[in-house]
Design a protein around this ligand. Sequence first.
Ligand code: ADP
Ligand code: MG
Length: 222
Amino acid sequence: MDPIISLQSVEKAYPLKVGSYYVLRNIDLDIEAGEFVSIMGPSGAGKSTLLNILGMYDGKFAGAYYLAGNAIHQMKPKDRMALQRETIGFVFQRFHLLEDLTVYENLEIPLTYRNVPRREREGIVADMLDRFNVVGKKELFPNQLSGGQQQLVSIARAIIAEPKLILADEPTGNLHSEQGQEIMELFKRLNDEGTTIIQVTHSEELAKYGDRVIRLKDGWMV
Ligand SMILES: Nc1ncnc2c1ncn2[C@@H]1O[C@H](COP(=O)(O)OP(=O)(O)O)[C@@H](O)[C@H]1O
Ligand SMILES: [Mg+2]
């Protein structure tokens, strides 16, 4: 079977006054459907940049990116966004919850994208609030939550619509270690059920929940 993700000579650079500053260099990477991969590397290595490209939040890169058979590097932004909404659950390093919406409304959005009817949405959101221990927070806005609570809501938002692919950027960076392990157990279960998972982590211990570690240094895969 073809890999769900294939990167071929992917490079990302920002222009400098003279020349370019390379954040990703010559990345060749295949990930099979059903894998659980951890990306590790020092701060500034390009981990978030790589994850944002994989999540189609950043379309400005050189090289080729195939996702589930789609040539992302040739796709129109509108089509990319449609594919993103139907395929990917993304946990941002800085949460990116919608500040004008309540916790409840934030969790509802991915279901709305999938045209889940309102009645069904209510049940699914209620279940998620319960699983993540934030039932009492549902009418609050993101800035009324602690960093850890925002991170939990952002994980709940990423998984709520049962995406084929979960991309998570340091998803447990703001949780205490026990909560972090619970999230890894959750990811492991979703992975056992067939979800492909790619996470960025600084923890060798949490990386062990995955099948494989990819290491980045100064934009290169090492
Ligand atoms: N908009 C930008 N302009 C210039 N450099 C950037 C920009 N965004 C990120 N970078 C640089 O890209 C490098 C990689 O960043 P990032 O992918 O966030 O690293 P990591 O997630 O591994 O810590 C860093 O050196 C960062 O300063
Ligand atoms: Mg990062």
